[in-house]
Design a protein around this ligand. Sequence first.
Ligand SMILES: Cc1cc2nc3c(=O)[nH]c(=O)nc-3n(C[C@H](O)[C@H](O)[C@H](O)COP(=O)(O)OP(=O)(O)OC[C@H]3O[C@@H](n4cnc5c(N)ncnc54)[C@H](O)[C@@H]3O)c2cc1C
Length: 214
Amino acid sequence: MPTLTVAAVADVGPQTVAIELDAPASFDAAPGQFVLVRRPGGDDAGYYTISSPAVAETFEITVGYPVDESPEESLGTWLARREVGDEIEIEGPLGTIEYRGEGDVAVYAAGPGIGPAVGVAERAIESGHDATVVYRGDAPPHRARLDALAEAGATVAVVDSLDDLADFDADHPSVPTPAVYVFGFDDFVAEAKALLEAADRDPAEAAIESFGPA
Ligand SMILES: Cc1cc2nc3c(=O)[nH]c(=O)nc-3n(C[C@H](O)[C@H](O)[C@H](O)COP(=O)(O)OP(=O)(O)OC[C@H]3O[C@@H](n4cnc5c(N)ncnc54)[C@H](O)[C@@H]3O)c2cc1C
């Protein structure tokens, strides 16, 4: 498993950090794809999704970590405590969900899923396409990047529940289902699938990346 060096760590919201890693020369990946992260010498491993719009000399992952820390430091907490110059083992890129600037996108996210959501939306705007980002929750991480996206012309909505999208352009008539992305834990994925079904969209056509059970 290659060992990558931490290039930057930043608090980006409640219980969430963004970690920039030096990319190996051969590393070609896009937001939506993920990497397997392991502590050097450790047994536990977890998947983290690329949250930068592209991969150049570095790429970024966005890590949610728990409020109540058990005596056993979780992988998320260990990652949040990394510093510039530390080393992290990764494997990847993995996964078939990715976005490389193909067209307009509508991205739904909750929790640390906001990482790949902003990465995908930034790639869309940079490529001259429209982007809509819907975050479920009251304090989205990556607030500065969401604000910059809104200033650049993206539609950004922060809602308590996807049910609150009744007055919003929830079914994105200009965006075909294949350009709908969903990033979050299982409970949110279920909510997003219900929203798509209510809008007569086929969830099977959306790019849905579940982060697993809460
Ligand atoms: C394909 C895939 C991609 C993933 N990508 C990411 C990613 O980009 N970023 C990421 O943080 N995790 C991601 N995960 C989840 C991550 O792999 C696991 O949560 C992690 O392995 C668990 O590690 P931990 O020991 O730190 O867990 P924990 O200590 O349990 O920490 C998990 C943290 O996730 C957050 N969380 C858990 N459940 C919810 C929920 N329902 N809503 C909101 N937040 C919640 C909280 O911040 C929690 O503290 C992904 C999982 C998969 C399968």
